[in-house]
Design a protein around this ligand. Structure first.
Ligand code: PXG
Length: 289
């Protein structure tokens, strides 16, 4: 496997970063996960823009342009001869001393891994996913901005552990006020009386690229939608529920806290979104050349 590291492609065994890198020492950095389908990278420019926005928000000055990073990403996928898969970009603060001060790190590091990812077994896409509410809350936006896709995922990992210990694969995370934020690596949607609802980003969700795609598809399919603060109650009484994310794609949720959502089967509009998403993902994107 060939990895992009800083300015060039290197073999996997040579893709190493310093133990003094602040990405490792402090989780000081940002990342992106992007999928490619059928020889095209899905929403590549949008993901790279979010990477730059995340970097800017934590005062990392990118030494590359967005156009360059788009090209590096495509080059890394092409160098590995892949047409379908997942690409991870990581930007760290770079190497510095022991001590938090980011200004003592000289230059950010970036590496790009082109591989594959599978978050949930295939059967869950047809049968649907049971989820639980976890006790671990999303950090307040005043503590960690939810829009920043940072290397600080301990909060989400602890939530994921709660899910696994409860015997399911995903957990619903609430914000400090007790309203629905998102899941550990996915945004959440419900359908109620024919209307699509998702919490606003300000309630503690990442501004997901897949989330934006779903809202665009809702417009195309003529399904009304709104960003609305949701409580667990709204999910318990929903007609349908699904999660979205680059890794998860679109996946039906069939129960929350062992309470079936509607009749406990994936809903018809969810199926429509899954099909529309797959069609779009397989037919659009930046060509890998
Ligand atoms: N919320 C969180 C906290 C995320 O980390 C999403 C929502 C969905 O955003 P996108 O833009 O992907 O639609 C994410 C994205 C992984 C993995 O390794 C997680 C994500 C993306 C790729 C891989 O579990 N999370």
């Amino acid at each position: 496997m060939k990895i992009w590291l800083d300015e060039k492609l290197v073999e996997e065994q040579d893709a190493k970063i310093s133990v003094f890198d602040h990405g490792l020492l402090y989780g000081d950095g940002v990342f992106e996960g992007i999928r490619f389908y059928n020889g095209r990278v899905f929403r590549l420019e949008e993901h790279i823009k979010r990477l730059f926005d995340s970097a800017k928000a934590i005062i990392i000055t990118m030494p590359w342009t967005q156009e360059q990073v788009v090209q590096f990403t495509v080059d890394t996928i092409a160098a590995n001869g892949l047409r379908d898969g997942y690409v991870r970009l990581v930007v760290t603060r770079g190497t510095g001393g022991l001590g938090l001060n980011p200004y003592l790190c000289e230059r950010p590091s970036m590496f790009i891994i082109a591989s594959t990812i599978s978050l949930y077994p295939e059967e869950y896409y047809t049968k649907g996913l049971p989820i639980i509410t976890c006790a671990t809350r999303r950090p307040a936006p005043s503590a960690l901005m939810p829009q920043v896709k940072s290397l600080n995922y301990l909060n989400n990992i602890m939530a994921k552990v709660e899910a696994i210990q409860a015997g399911v694969m995903e957990a619903l995370m609430l914000n400090e006020q007790g309203f629905v934020a998102e899941c550990t690596g996915d945004n959440i949607f419900i359908i109620r009386d024919g209307k699509l609802l998702t919490p606003p980003v300000a309630d503690g969700a990442l501004d997901g690229v897949t989330r934006r795609v779903i809202l665009e598809l809702a417009d195309q399919l003529g399904i009304p939608w709104a960003e609305q603060t949701l409580a667990r109650y709204d999910i318990y009484i929903a007609d349908e529920c699904f999660l979205t994310g680059t890794a998860a794609e679109v996946i039906p949720v069939i129960s929350l806290d062992r309470r079936p959502i509607a009749d406990g089967l994936p809903g018809p509009l969810t199926g429509k979104f899954i099909r529309a998403f797959r069609e779009l993902a397989n037919s659009t994107g930046t060509p890998i050349v």
